[in-house]
Write a protein that binds this ligand. Structure first.
Ligand code: GAP
Length: 509
């Protein structure tokens, strides 16, 4: 079995070779942490976005959509706190001249201890066989307890230092943990400094401070500043939500792990406006709802976990991450935050405009509280790609790479393949293509042997391969090969639309 690291490298290579994701500007040697979605990646991404939109907007009568601009008035980012506080603590290694996020260096050390715990568990599981009780082992084994203690004290101290902006102690922690630069191997560190993550540019032809605008680092603020517009024109009653998807930009210091941490990425966010005092109930509700959404993709429960925040952002009174087990460990996929009335109050203060809602049930006006769900579309693509990627050895000894996407997310739903390029089979296959393409993304392929064509469709994750053969010309039936089982079923052409539509239903949990 390939290690997770090797598996991750193979996945990245596969996404490039088969037209899912390309490094940006590749002919100019690329641009760090920026990627382009290719012909299959763009379909996968669109399907995930559409599924999110359907679940959040179409399926909720009290949630509506929005598409606000990337450029916004610069004061918005003052009000939101991003100009002053959207910083990462950075540290440079004096020998390699490489720059790191101080907290990421420490988190990497914590991840090493977690790995060591897992190794101890694996060793013990092998030793004890069926009698192995994981819970008992991890709560009693002295080595595991020692690692756990280290993890706890280190993360607690790091979080405290970050909350207090105590960078002297954060640097001391790095030194005490004897963390070395992965490039130079030395512990020759600079002091820690703050680094603002927003990209700034100039608007208009006059170059002065007032013309500075920022590329939005989150889509959420576009929702907050449109709260009154949407509430009034949509005659929305609290509780209600506003959802939007769109690009966000962050000048990440540590940009790595492929499309996990990018400088230009896409978010899918929903701000849910509630009456003061109701926010923690709704926070719990959205926590469960969002986990259900993830589970409906058919990915096992064990691949997800909640991580409740110990260190809360200045605007939040509760926060959790939905973490996914990527090929480099459990990492944040989605954030659910109870943001209080912080954002609306700050925009009221900075804009001088009253942002209040009159609640007919309470017969009073107030500034609504907000529960936010915020997921990175690119991270979601990575989660789906990682889960789908399988290398299989078949009964005849041959190998195939197959992307086992949930069929409704697959870039193409069906491939129509004439067995040979003659005897009227291509024409019949084109007829089938015309029958299906209005409803489903379909591909027509006639080059190469049928076996090679199946392999290509497996590699891009097409759930159904429809083959036109001699019998088709006689009785209007085709074979349908199912991607995961590779089983073939014969069916009348007329039944194909209903058969495919049925196979594309998401799971319910
Ligand atoms: N409005 C709240 C907000 O932006 P966040 O935790 O900073 O919260 C939300 O970001 C989500 O956006 C994350 O859970 C992650 O999926 C995604 N995300 C954040 N930074 C990212 C980056 N540099 N590259 C890709 N996705 C990112």
């Amino acid at each position: 079995m390939a290690s997770h690291e090797e598996q991750f490298k193979k996945l990245i290579a596969h996404t490039k070779e088969y037209g899912f994701i390309f490094p940006s500007s590749e002919i100019y040697d690329g641009l760090a942490a920026v990627y382009d979605y290719a012909q299959y990646g763009v379909e996968l991404k669109r399907n995930i976005r559409d599924y999110w939109w359907k679940s959040m907007v179409q399926m909720h009568e009290n949630i509506v959509g929005l598409d606000s601009a990337v450029f916004m008035h610069p004061t918005i980012w003052k009000a939101s706190g991003h100009v002053d506080a959207f910083n990462d603590p950075m540290i440079d290694n004096k020998d390699s001249k490489k720059r790191y996020r101080a907290d990421v260096l420490i988190e990497d050390q914590i991840a090493k201890w977690e790995e060591k715990i897992e190794k101890e568990v694996a060793k013990a599981a092998k030793r004890f066989g069926d009698a192995f009780d994981r819970e008992q082992f991890v709560s009693t084994n002295p080595r595991v307890l020692e690692y756990r203690q280290k993890i706890e004290t280190t993360s607690h101290r790091m979080n405290q230092d970050l909350t207090d902006n105590n960078f002297d102690d954060l640097k001391k922690l790095i030194e005490e943990l004897e963390i070395v630069c992965p490039i130079s191997g030395s512990r020759n560190w600079t002091d820690i400094r703050q680094f603002n993550l927003m990209f700034a540019t100039k608007i208009g032809s006059v170059d002065n401070e007032a013309s500075t605008v920022y590329l939005r680092p989150e889509t959420a603020q576009g929702i907050f500043v449109n709260f009154l517009n949407v509430q009034k024109t949509g005659r929305m009653k609290v509780p209600f939500g506003i959802a939007q998807t769109g690009k966000a930009f962050r000048n990440e210091i540590v940009a790595r792990q492929f499309i996990f941490r990018m400088r230009e990425f896409e978010q899918m966010e929903m701000q849910f406006f509630v009456a003061p005092g109701e926010e923690l109930k709704w926070f719990e509700y959205w926590k469960q709802e969002r986990m259900k959404w993830h589970r409906s993709l058919g990915i096992p429960a064990g691949k997800y976990r909640f991580h409740d925040h110990e260190k809360l952002a200045h605007y939040a009174n509760a926060a959790t991450d939905i973490e996914y087990e990527f090929l480099f460990g459990f990492k944040e996929l989605e954030g659910i935050h109870s943001r209080t009335d912080f954002d609306l109050s700050r925009h009221q203060e900075f804009s001088g405009k009253k942002i209040q809602y009159f609640d007919p049930d309470r017969n009073e006006s107030y500034t609504p509280y907000v529960v936010e769900t915020s997921i990175g579309l690119d991270r979601m693509c990575l989660a789906v790609l990682s889960h789908a990627f399988h290398e299989e050895t078949l009964e005849d000894g041959s190998e195939r790479v197959v992307m086992k996407f949930p069929p409704f997310l697959a870039p193409y739903k069906a491939a129509i393949l004439p067995l040979v390029k003659k005897d009227g089979m291509p024409e019949k296959a084109q007829e089938i293509l015309n029958l299906l393409r209005g409803d489903f993304m379909c591909q027509y392929e006639e080059k190469d042997t049928i076996g090679k064509r199946y392999r290509r469709q497996d590699a891009i994750g097409t759930p159904y391969c429809i083959t036109v053969d001699t019998q088709t010309l006689e009785d209007n039936t085709v074979t349908v090969r199912e991607r995961d089982t590779m089983q073939q079923t014969r069916m009348p052409i007329a039944e194909l639309p209903a058969f495919i539509a049925n196979g594309l239903k998401p799971q319910t949990v």
